[in-house]
Ligand binder design. Structure first.
Ligand code: SF4
Length: 107
């Protein structure tokens, strides 16, 4: 299997992937009071594009994926995204960074 090296010859097996720039909170250290111009929905990676990208990374030796946002649970297809990434050959660990407010609804 190929490995992903950086310019200092370090091997990388981990990626963080933002699946949305939107969030349901406005933490002062993250979002300005006046808000941000979020990407139009059609400019955000689709579920198929995300999976394709992770398949490409897996072929380069990536085995761990952390899903982030914004708040990733705002995406209605987040469960399917996680399920499909977990099924990618070579991916051993999938985790998610979330503020947790929608976790109960996703159970
Ligand atoms: S992305 Fe995280 S830090 Fe930023 S506003 Fe949302 S909950 Fe707060």
């Amino acid at each position: 299997m190929e490995k992903l090296y950086d310019q200092y010859d370090r091997v990388h097996d981990y990626v963080r992937l933002s699946i949305t720039d939107r969030c349901n909170l406005r933490c002062v250290y993250c979002m300005p009071k006046e808000g941000l111009p979020f990407f139009p929905t059609d400019k955000v990676l689709s579920q198929d594009e995300i999976v394709q990208m992770i398949e490409n990374f897996a072929e380069m030796g990536i085995s761990k994926v952390r899903i982030t946002g914004g708040e990733p649970l705002l995406r209605t297809d987040v469960v399917d995204i996680v399920r499909r990434i977990k099924a990618v050959k070579g991916i051993e660990d999938v985790s998610i960074t979330t503020n947790g407010l929608f976790l109960a609804k996703k159970g």
